[in-house]
Design a protein around this ligand. Structure first.
Ligand code: SF4
Ligand code: F3S
Length: 106
């Protein structure tokens, strides 16, 4: 599956959802999660993310492994999102800030 990682937190640009052929993105307050059982590994979303927050599980940076379980767990409790919306207001300021996990809202 593809995995949404740390740099999505507090940015949530949502460009990714528009291209997903199986609509497997789920939306929290300041992060999106991919349901790994629904993702068909098409790779279309990866280049769409302005924050470069999406990785194939095979190419996931080592320090992002916690996001495998987080994507699974959060995708099961959050609502589906299929249409792009405005990014969070201060997305540009948070884009590139490291280790935003403490800011993840559930
Ligand atoms: Fe959707 Fe394809 Fe991205 Fe998986 S890899 S989340 S199927 S766009
Ligand atoms: Fe997040 Fe990138 Fe999608 S910031 S909402 S993974 S476009």
């Amino acid at each position: 599956a593809f995995i949404v990682t740390d740099n999505c937190i507090r940015c949530k640009y949502t460009d990714c959802v528009e291209v997903c052929p199986v609509d497997c993105f789920y939306e929290g307050p300041n992060f999106l999660a991919i349901n790994p059982d629904e993702c068909i590994d098409c790779a279309l979303c990866e280049p769409e993310c302005p924050a470069n927050a999406i990785f194939s599980e095979d190419e996931l940076p080592e320090d992002q492994e916690v996001f495998v379980e987080l994507n699974r767990d959060l995708s099961l409790i959050w609502p589906n999102i299929t249409e792009k919306k405005d990014a969070l207001a201060d997305a540009a300021q948070w884009d590139g800030v490291e280790d935003k996990l403490e800011h993840l809202e559930r």
